[in-house]
Design a protein around this ligand. Structure first.
Ligand SMILES: O=C(COP(=O)(O)O)NO
Length: 249
């Protein structure tokens, strides 16, 4: 396939400065595959980004967990794409299901955020995924296609987009999608890109999986044709994150 494997670690709203120091030292002492085998991105909470960026070895790139939908200004509490770029942060996660749910981020708002982040020069991990109710109602593909379309409607270039399929029912629950379940949706998403955007975008875009990935299930998941990596939550705070990165080999 020729798509460079991608592993993201989403630290979410976790960590103290002591805990972050420990995670950084675990990552710095780890032997990780070369950058031709895997692209690794870790996403600390905003407050730890400068220190993590300065301490972490260059094999690990940095992502923010969110950014504002337009140029910075009178938007109390927000962090702008320009600020991230000013700090030399190349990646941002947009549309995570926790933000869609807790902050009421609509598909259109997520699409606008992806477009603005890309327009400023950030690379984007764009998240889609269905809830348990939506899966049980048989509407998984309808939901993730709508979420993907809302992004596609706002952007022209997919070169700096990684699409993360994160079934909400698998996030933080320990109920990881089976390899077949993940492959099915990834293949459908790739087909959606081919049909609605273009074959080259479908072939090149990395589609990564997130939702209870750990050191024991990552290898089988990584073996799926249309699965190009992971967006890891809980396990990215633990030494097993290195095992997950090595699933790229
Ligand atoms: O939300 C997730 C996945 O979290 P978990 O690995 O803890 O299920 N990634 O962004």
């Amino acid at each position: 396939m020729g798509r460079l494997f991608f592993v993201g670690g989403n630290w979410k709203c976790n960590g103290t400065s002591e805990e972050v120091k420990k995670i950084v030292s675990i990552l710095n002492s780890a032997q990780v595959p070369s950058k031709d085998v895997v692209e690794i991105v870790v996403s600390p909470p905003f407050v730890f980004i400068p220190s993590v960026k300065s301490e972490l070895k260059p094999e690990f790139h940095i992502a923010a967990q969110n950014c504002w939908v337009k140029k910075g200004g009178a938007f109390t509490g927000e962090i702008s794409a320009e600020m991230l770029l000013n700090l030399g942060i190349p990646w941002v996660i947009v549309g995570h299901s926790e933000r869609r749910a807790l902050m009421n981020e609509s598909n259109e708002f997520v699409g606008d955020k992806v477009a603005y982040a890309l327009s400023q020069g950030l690379k984007v991990i764009a998240c889609v995924g269905e809830t348990l109710q939506e899966r049980e109602a048989g509407t998984t593909m309808k939901v993730v296609a709508e979420q993907t379309k809302a992004i596609a409607d706002k952007i022209k270039n997919w070169d700096n987009v990684v699409l993360a399929y994160e079934p909400v029912w698998a996030i933080g629950t320990g109920k990881v999608a089976t390899p077949a379940q993940a492959q099915e949706v990834h293949a459908e998403l790739r087909k959606w890109l081919e049909t609605n955007i273009k074959a080259e975008v479908a072939a090149k875009t990395r589609i990564i999986y997130g939702g209870s990935v750990n050191g024991s299930n990552c290898k089988e998941l990584a073996g799926q044709n249309d699965l190009d990596g992971f967006l890891v939550g809980g396990a990215s705070l633990k030494p097993e994150f290195i095992d997950i990165i090595k699933a790229a080999e």
